[in-house]
Design a binder for this molecule. Structure first.
Ligand SMILES: [Zn+2]
Length: 431
């Protein structure tokens, strides 16, 4: 769900930093603003030394990485290359997302595969359009080399195993196109696993095909992603995987009750597995909406026609390329949605950066600091006050510093843990 755009704290703090420079040194001590400016300066210095990555960002529509929507320039997207740079974010996993259809036939799989290939192509276009700004990474070593070069690191995850069809060999095609994780399932059940989004199970966890897919991902060096999977599917993955796993964009159920969040038992299992939970920045998973807020959002979504809670008003991305007229219509609908959401945010405030960091705190307390990371779901519904796009990534670090996290711990959370998981997955695969 889209949240209102707030005034960039980065802008505010830059102004503060300037003010601080003009003050006599002693004036800093008593000033809260001065303390904030010192924390921001420290956060910026930390970001220069650590590797920072967001494990889950969606790409928008068929015009992504064309002159019509060029993430190399400032855009309306929450993730573009200038915003990443401004927020001190080094890398991002872009999602090859396909919407789930209740069609488990060769024709259905073929259509989903075509949709996935379009998204792989779009990510390749981004890298080809801006070779001086970003580069696609295929290994942890690639990732570190690109980060050191000062370019943004582009990584690929596949969200929804549906386009795999009934043939695990398709996973090799995804791997060859750059995919380094696959989210087994999305908002409804597929051929591999049960989704957390449906009440009645289909497989009671992982299907037999799903178990074979996990084994094939272990063999290839693809991280298994259990975000969106039902609890039973999660436990099946834990039982069969030979490598650490990841929840690429999830929260903690003990903090906010949601079928998308992991309970403490799952967090402890993830730690034992050597894996990582990447905390999501999507408001409704971070803080329960007040009845008034929930009602206002529900009413707006109904008015605009479609879409489940927790995703964009369009209910995901169109499965067919849109005509220019349809695209314009869609853009208009999003503009209305964003504007009306700003009104709702003003009237009934939703989750903030503090709620987001509360989930990090809880996951660290239960799973340990070696098993927590960040996966925003920007441009797929993520975005909260204080961390509404990548230009505000530094705010997260400021809040972590304020709560007493050390640079070493922040480095783990912002990317070190995910790189460790990836390396271990590669080691298991014999790479
Ligand atoms: Zn998702």
């Amino acid at each position: 769900m889209t949240q209102s755009t707030t005034m960039s704290t980065t802008t505010t703090t830059t102004a503060l930093a300037l003010a601080v420079l003009l003050l006599p040194a002693g004036a800093l001590v008593a000033s809260q603003e001065g303390a904030d400016a010192a924390l921001v300066a420290k956060a910026r210095a930390v970001h220069e030394r650590i590797f920072t990555v967001d494990s889950h960002v969606d790409i928008l529509g068929p015009t992504y990485a064309t002159p019509a929507l060029d993430p190399g320039k400032p855009t309306r997207l929450k993730c573009d290359l200038p915003k990443m740079k401004a927020g001190g974010l080094d890398g991002v996993f872009l999602a090859v997302f396909t919407s789930q259809r209740p069609d488990f036939t060769p024709a259905g799989y073929r259509a989903a595969r075509a949709e996935a290939i379009d998204r792989f192509d779009a990510i390749d276009r981004l890298a080809a359009m801006h070779p001086e700004l970003c580069e696609l990474a295929r290994t942890p070593a690639d990732t570190e080399r690109i980060e050191k070069s000062g370019k943004r690191v582009i990584l690929v995850g596949v969200e929804n195993g549906y386009p795999m069809g009934d043939n695990v060999a398709t996973l090799k095609t995804f791997y060859d196109r750059g995919a380094r994780y696959v989210t087994l399932v999305h908002g409804s059940h597929n051929q591999l696993a049960d989704s957390s989004g449906e009440a009645e199970p289909k497989h009671n966890g992982l299907s037999e095909l799903g178990k074979r897919a996990v084994a094939e991902m272990n063999r290839l060096g693809i991280i298994v992603d259990t975000s969106h999977a039902s609890a039973r599917a999660f436990w099946d993955v834990i039982a069969v995987t030979r490598a650490p796993i990841m929840a690429s964009h999830s929260g903690c159920a003990a903090v906010t009750k949601s079928d998308r969040n992991l309970d403490d038992e799952q967090l402890r299992a993830l730690a034992k597995n050597g894996g990582v939970i990447q905390i999501v920045a999507l408001g409704s998973y971070l803080k329960e909406d007040s009845p008034e807020r929930a009602e206002a959002i529900g009413k707006l979504r109904r008015e605009l026609g479609r879409g489940e809670r927790g995703r964009r008003p369009g209910g995901g991305q169109p499965s067919q390329p849109l005509t220019p007229d349809q695209q314009a219509e869609r853009e208009k609908m999003f503009a209305v949605y964003r504007q009306r959401m700003e009104e709702i945010d003003r009237q009934f405030p939703g989750a903030t950066l503090k709620d987001f960091v509360d989930h990090i705190d809880h996951a660290v307390k239960v799973a340990g600091v070696d098993h927590v990371g960040i996966g925003t779901d920007f441009d797929g519904g993520g975005g909260i006050k204080g961390f509404n796009d990548h230009s505000e990534a530094l705010n997260v670090t400021v809040e972590l510093l304020r709560r007493g996290y050390t640079e070493d711990q922040i480095g783990k959370i912002w990317g070190g843990n995910l790189l460790r998981v990836w390396r271990e997955v590669d080691r298991v695969a014999g790479k």
